[in-house]
Design a protein around this ligand. Structure first.
Ligand SMILES: [Zn+2]
Ligand SMILES: [Zn+2]
Length: 184
């Protein structure tokens, strides 16, 4: 494993959140959709479930997205700002069958603050270990999603297997077409 388990989970969650606002379709159109997303990502803690909470989470997305485009110094500035704004105070906690891991916000902090701080904490690991280049954009021509390459040999190019398959099929068809026309 490249990073601690909770760091990797948090990085994947941050990418998933960024991607809910990409691809030309709002994937968090209402508080109920946010509720589903929070459940899928396994975020614990309190929620208000209202529009203000949704708006705050949506406002966080473009800020997190910038981490995929920034150099190290700018990423540090943003991560520090997120930690400061969210009043981060790292504590080891155990809950819901998870062994000890870090929470840097209390369970009753606003959802967007908890998400921001969890992501920022994970990015401190990425930055400290010099792994910022693992933040990638999907290699599929028709996909704009981001991902974090957590593979051992830094070989992950696509956000999902469907994007990988689609690209491979397209490349195969192109090769086949070239073969057919050259043998004709
Ligand atoms: Zn936890
Ligand atoms: Zn993709």
């Amino acid at each position: 494993m490249l990073f601690a388990h909770d760091t990797e989970v948090a990085l994947m969650a941050a990418a998933a959140l960024v991607n809910t606002g990409r691809g030309g379709k709002e994937q968090l159109p209402d508080p109920a959709a946010l509720g589903d997303f929070v459940m899928t990502q396994g975020w614990s803690g309190e929620r208000t479930g209202d529009q203000a909470e949704l708006d705050a989470v949506r406002r966080l997305r473009p800020r997190l997205k910038r981490l995929w485009e920034m150099n190290k110094d700018d990423a540090v500035t943003l991560v520090n700002a997120l930690l400061r704004e969210g009043h981060a105070l790292p504590q080891l906690v155990k809950h819901d069958g998870w062994d000890y891991h870090l929470h840097a916000t209390p369970a009753d902090a606003p959802l967007a603050d908890r998400i921001a701080v969890e992501a920022a904490m994970a990015f401190t690991d990425v930055i400290r270990s010099g792994q910022l280049d693992r933040l990638r954009r999907c290699g599929a021509a028709d996909c704009d999603d981001v991902h974090v390459d957590l593979s051992k040999n830094q070989s992950r190019r696509f956000c999902s297997t469907s994007c990988a398959n689609r690209t491979n099929v397209a490349a195969y068809r192109t090769r086949q077409a070239g073969r057919l026309s050259s043998s004709a």
